[in-house]
Design a protein around this ligand. Structure first.
Ligand code: GTP
Ligand code: SPV
Ligand code: MN
Length: 639
């Protein structure tokens, strides 16, 4: 950690009660000397200097990503009350953070795309005029780091120096964010060294928006989770800049993730001819040692981490993890679509993760984890709904209040999360660090659909595959603000993450067949683990048993499994899905694959209405598929 300090009575992360209101003279921004900093990239230096002038921190710290730096930051946060150290015998090297109750998830209503023309952001994004937004942001960022430390965090998305990797630098006044960025991205000296003079990087400014000193020098004490009711998660895709204000939570604050690796990267990818997607990435090995790489897009909190770390119940099958949230896929020189996971760790949903549902994740969480908004046990360990069948008799809940079973409140927040390095994952694949990525054999799209959508269907070709992605809808989860359970369209599981017009995004997906030869394009599938019976229970056991669906997909890829036609796509032929040993009544199996023409004709009407929002930018091919679907539903056969 290189520290460039202006002399001052305190540093920003300790309460400044010692100050008398009139004590601090306004800091001369020129005092924040940045010469001698560990970079020769002038654009980086002047951006850091300008941001320090605007936000007026007490000091500027360039982060080197070292273990010593991480240890200093966590110690600092333990002193300030942001982190609670967990019992080192139960959960070594681990901490619990409790966020402010109003800062628990992504804020889509305050997420902005600022493109020069409104129509380039499209109807699914909150558009802002760039200059007007810039002015507004200048207002809110002015002095917002007073009394705090400003950290400069250089990072690489993807292995440092890799041909598919991209560089960024996040400025933040949150040590929790610095520590989390170190775990979830490749931060520090190596990334900084890669930002040589003239090398482009994505600048990302973040502030929790809770200055400790006001404009006239009055101080206030810090709080364990500083944030601001006013929030902005702002993107300038044309100039590739990110500004985030007011939140310390997840995708709002760890700017390498949704802001860079999806919203900005999707705009880069469109321009450069690749795909930046909300997808997990796995390597699947069959009992015959054939290797398949699958990518899968499911909306937030709909099972990506669980599938990425799946332990197959089918003997001889192996699933290894490459990524659980984001995949960057490029046309390779080998005529395949090659994918990397740009992240270096996981920010995963805790509730629902247990020894019976996801033992790999449970092993991963044994040590070196920062948990946020889970419950604390009386012996200094963590607990959340779904970890064990029987809850402990007493807990401290995510808000810090006493909790007993049956008290009527969840102990963990439904969007409680763990932050852990991919190195801790027992199923991590050797290819995880391969800068050239892996060739993708199949892409899966899915969502939470209580009815209608079969367990698995196979698209007939790329074109129908793109239609399958475009038609994803899913019940909303606690990963973002809004009404949980409400069905909404979420094309490609990218509704909150496409940094430009959704119609252009569909067209970009279609155009991949001009960049990748037909035999190299992945096959496309739709999956749904969440179909329910009339009595409300899940029809499919899910989790490790999803390996049965993966088996059918891999057998299709090698040409050895049968399929039968439905209007939505191919489903397993009778007997082709291995359900041996499952306690699955024949009627449930039939229901899992039922396609109700009337319900789907109604869904086609909803889709038509939804797609109409995209106007002239909706590719005609998508409308064509809608017509084809209607024909197939009415005629019960292919055209
Ligand atoms: P983000 O990190 O928000 O993008 O989400 P994710 O897609 O990685 O979510 P994750 O895998 O953590 O999903 C968590 C939720 O999905 C938990 O409530 C799980 O219990 C549930 N879930 C995952 N897989 C299955 C499954 O096969 N069947 C059922 N019924 N639930 C599942
Ligand atoms: C999601 O919401 O899809 C996440 C969690 O992966 S967050 O990083 O908060 O966006
Ligand atoms: Mn996600």
């Amino acid at each position: 950690m290189t520290t460039e300090t202006t002399p001052g009575p305190t540093t920003g992360t300790t309460p400044v009660q010692g100050r008398t209101p009139a004590a601090p003279a306004p800091r001369d921004p020129e005092e924040l000397r940045l010469t001698g900093t560990p970079t020769g990239n002038r654009a980086l230096l002047s951006w850091v200097r300008d941001t320090a002038r605007l936000t007026q921190p007490d000091e500027v710290v360039w982060c080197d990503g070292s273990q010593a730096e991480f240890d200093r930051l966590t110690a600092l946060m333990v002193r300030s009350g942001t982190l609670i150290p967990l019992n080192p015998e139960k959960r070594p090297g681990s901490f619990l953070a409790r966020s402010a109750p109003g800062d628990v998830a992504r804020v889509e209503s305050r997420t902005f795309i600022a493109s020069r023309r409104r129509e380039d952001a499209g109807p699914t994004n909150n558009w802002r005029e760039p200059e007007a937004l810039r002015e507004e942001l200048t207002g809110v960022f002015t002095g917002c780091m007073r009394g705090r430390t400003m950290y400069v965090v250089p990072f690489s998305m993807g292995p440092v120096g890799g041909p598919l990797s991209r560089l960024g630098v996040q400025i933040t006044d949150s040590p929790y964010v610095v520590a989390s960025m170190r775990t979830t991205t490749r931060t520090g000296s190596q990334a900084l060294a890669a930002i040589t003079p003239g090398t482009p990087f994505v600048p990302a400014v973040h502030s929790v928006g809770f200055p400790l000193v006001d404009a006239i020098g009055r101080s206030r004490a810090d709080v364990p989770w500083p944030c601001n009711d006013l929030k902005y998660v702002a993107h300038f895709p044309e100039t590739r800049e990110i500004f985030s204000f007011g939140s310390g939570y997840g995708g709002n604050a760890l700017l390498g993730k949704k802001c860079f690796a999806l919203r900005i990267a999707s705009a880069m990818a469109r321009e450069e001819g690749w795909l930046a997607e909300h997808m997990l990435l796995v390597k699947v090995t069959s009992p015959q040692q054939r290797v398949f790489h699958l990518a899968a897009a499911f909306p937030s909190a709909c099972g990506k981490t669980n599938l990425a770390m799946l332990r197959p119940t089918l003997p001889g099958w192996r699933v290894e993890t490459i990524g659980d949230d984001i995949a960057w896929m490029h046309p390779g020189a080998d005529g395949r679509l090659r994918a990397i996971n740009p992240e270096a760790g996981f920010f995963g949903v805790a509730p629902g993760t247990g020894w019976s549902t996801n033992p790999v994740a449970m092993e991963m969480l044994r040590e070196d984890v920062i948990f946020t908004n889970v419950a604390l046990t009386d012996d200094g360990d963590v607990w959340w709904e779904g970890m064990t069948d029987e809850p402990p008799a007493h807990l401290t809940d995510w808000r810090g209040e006493d909790w007993t079973p049956g008290c009527g409140r969840p102990a963990a927040h439904p969007n409680a999360r763990f932050t852990v390095s991919a190195k801790r994952c027992p199923s991590i694949a050797a290819e995880f660090d391969d800068p050239d990525g892996v060739p993708v054999d199949a892409i899966l799209f899915g969502g939470r659909r209580a009815s209608g959508v079969p367990l698995v269907t196979e698209a007939l070709d790329w074109s129908q595959g793109v239609f399958t992605g475009a038609t994803v809808s899913s019940e909303r989860t606690a990963a973002a603000e809004g009404a949980v359970g409400e069905l909404r369209h979420d094309p490609f599981a990218m509704l909150p993450f496409v940094g430009y017009h959704m119609g252009d995004y569909f067209a970009h997906w279609l155009s991949m067949r001009e960049r990748v030869p037909a035999q190299g394009l992945p096959r496309v599938y739709s999956v749904n683990w969440f179909r329910r019976g009339e009595d409300g229970r899940f029809l499919w056991p899910g989790f490790g048993e999803n390996s049965r669906v993966l088996e059918w997909i891999c057998r299709r890829l090698e040409g050895s499994a049968g399929a039968r036609f439905t209007p939505l796509g191919n489903v397993p032929a009778d007997g082709a899905l291995n359900v041996e040993g499952l306690d699955l009544p024949a009627q449930d199996l039939a229901e899992l694959f039922a396609v109700d023409p009337q319900a789907w004709l109604a869904e086609a009407d909803h889709l038509e209405e939804y797609f109409a929002r995209f106007g002239a930018r909706l590719p005609g091919e998508i409308t064509g598929h809608l017509d084809l679907l209607r024909y197939r539903l009415s005629a019960g056969r292919a055209l």
